[in-house]
Each structure stands twice: as C-alpha cells, then as structure tokens.
Design a protein around this ligand. Structure first.
Ligand code: KIV
Length: 302
C-alpha cells in the first residue's frame, strides 16, 4: 500500500486570532521563494509575509516603490507552493490600493491567482477606506503603520516614527482606524518601544512589531536579516545564522575543486556500459581510450 501524502491544514486568520487570545507571541517572517517558505513551515512559524521588501533584498532595487504587481504575484505563488501550513500574506505594492477599486482588483489577484490568504497595506487613516472595502469583500487585511517604506519619497529617510507628541497621537489614531476598518493584525514598524506597547494595549487585534520593541503581540523580521544572508544587519534585527558565510565558503570550495579538477569525482559521475559507447563511436574494444573508463580502477584486468 502506498503512503498517503500527509494532509496539512492551512492556518487562517481565525487561528492567528486564537494564538493571540491564548497569549502566544506571533513569530512572523518574510519569504520570497519556494525553498525558504518550506523552511519557514518546517520551523513552525505560523505567519509569512511576502513583503515588497522583495524589491530590495531579492531584486536589487533601491526602494520598494519600484516593485510591481507582477513581481509580487510571481513570488507569492512560489511561497504559497512552499508553505503548506503557514498563513501567507501578500504585500500590496505601491499604488496598487490607491483607491478601494484598485485595492479590490489587485488583492483579488493575490487571493485568486496566487493563492495567498490575506494582503497587507501600508497606511493608517489614509488607507482605512481601502481596508474596509477589502474586508467587506472577504479579503483579510494586515495593516502597517509607523515607518511605511512605500512613502520613503515623502518621509525622506528610514527613521523611527512617533517620537514627538503629534506624531505619536497620529499613530495611535492610525492604529485604531486600521482596527476599526476590520484588519486582522497590524505591523508596527520602527515605533519607540513604549508607544508600540501602548498601541498594543489599546488594540484587540495583534500588533506585529519590527524595530518596535518587545511589547508587541508578535514580531516580524526580514528573512535575510534573520539568517544573515546579507553583509549588513539593521540595528533592530538579530542575526541568528551566518548564511552569507556558509554560502561563500561553499562557493569558494566549489570553485577550488572545479579548478583543480577534483569535482566532479567518481561519486558524482554516472557511467554507461562501455560497449554501448564503443558501438556508437564505431570502434573496437582495443581502440578504447583509457580515460573513457574512469570510474573503473585502471589496474583492473579488463
Ligand atoms: O515588505 C516587508 O518586508 C515589510 C515588513 C518589513 C513588515 O513590510
């Protein structure tokens, strides 16, 4: 009897709400491809964001503003294929939710064509109408306030948001607007720890912090920062591995072995029946070049 493939149930926003209600801090990470999504699932992480940070960390753009719907859809499909359990949130790229109509059309593509279970939009009060339209249409939404990288051309640079009175008040209003619009969770990016904690205390929905301290309901990190794939790590991130070093060592080893002719070796080479090749080349056994017999010890009596 052949083994049945293991059935894995995909988590939903109801599961995320339950984790939050049970006091579980929600570990979230970005992923952009199939093998990484598989690993995230294997690690038991419940929530994946296919972030538009894709643009910078995977595609080499200078900002997330350059990322297109087609690029996001392509990578979301790969992540959905890789992760069978985690809830996959797709990041709505710049200008893809400028109006509620655009938001519906583009979010629909993420769920229908790419298989995501939810979308994320940046902005608080200013995005509340779009969030409401999506939620009413049955599309779960993750909000995102604080540093919103798609507004980099307005903000000027990447820095902590909400240190001053007015900005802190505005961020609190943003968080409440996102919750009232029906979002199931909200990312707080680069908020002072105390403000993020205060926002978290005032919301029913989980706050997912990045660079906003330990008082959030969960954390999100960009996968490349977390595993140490790049050479630079932001101050708020912790490098849990040195994948950059591991890959570099592997590549240098491969190059050295290739240049020395020690790769591939016998173990990595498939041989064919020598007589078949003799026939193909139209030669007798005596014409065989010794080199053709690699994989067979030369001192063996043929
Ligand atoms: O695009 C992204 O990776 C994000 C996270 C940093 C929250 O928006």
């Amino acid at each position: 009897m052949s083994a049945q493939p293991e059935t894995v149930r995909r988590l939903t926003v109801v599961d995320i709400a339950r984790l939050h209600a049970d006091g579980v801090r929600i570990a979230t990470v970005t992923a952009y491809d199939y093998p990484t999504a598989q690993l995230v699932d294997e690690a038991g992480i419940p929530l994946i964001l296919v972030g538009d940070s894709l643009g910078q960390v995977m595609l080499g753009y200078d900002t997330t503003v350059r990322v297109t719907m087609d690029e996001m859809l392509h990578h979301t499909r790969a992540v959905v294929r890789g992760a069978r359990r985690a809830l996959v949130v797709a990041d709505m790229p710049f200008l893809s939710y400028a109006s509620p109509e655009d938001a519906l059309e583009n979010a629909g593509r993420f769920l229908r064509d790419a298989g995501a279970q939810a979308v994320k939009v940046e902005g608080g009060v200013r995005s509340a109408r779009a969030i409401e339209a999506l939620v009413k249409a049955g599309i779960p939404v993750m909000g995102h306030i604080g540093l919103t990288p798609q507004s980099i051309n307005t903000l000027g640079r990447t820095r902590v948001q909400g240190k001053g009175r007015e900005q802190a008040r505005a961020l609190l209003a943003d968080a409440l607007a996102v919750q009232e619009a029906g979002a199931f969770s909200i990312v707080l990016e680069l908020l002072p720890g105390q403000l993020a904690g205060a926002v978290t205390e005032r919301l029913r929905i989980p706050t997912i912090g990045i660079g906003s301290g330990a008082g959030c309901s969960g954390q999100i990190q960009v996968i490349t920062d977390l595993i140490g794939l790049g050479t630079w790590t932001p101050r708020h991130a912790r490098r849990y591995a040195d994948v950059h070093g591991v890959i570099l060592e592997a590549l240098r080893g491969y190059r050295a072995d290739t240049e020395a002719g020690t790769f591939p070796g016998e173990a990595e080479t498939v041989l064919m029946e020598p007589s078949v090749l003799d026939e193909v080349l139209g030669r007798g056994m005596d014409d065989r070049a010794p080199a053709q017999l690699s994989g067979i010890p030369l001192d063996r009596d043929l």
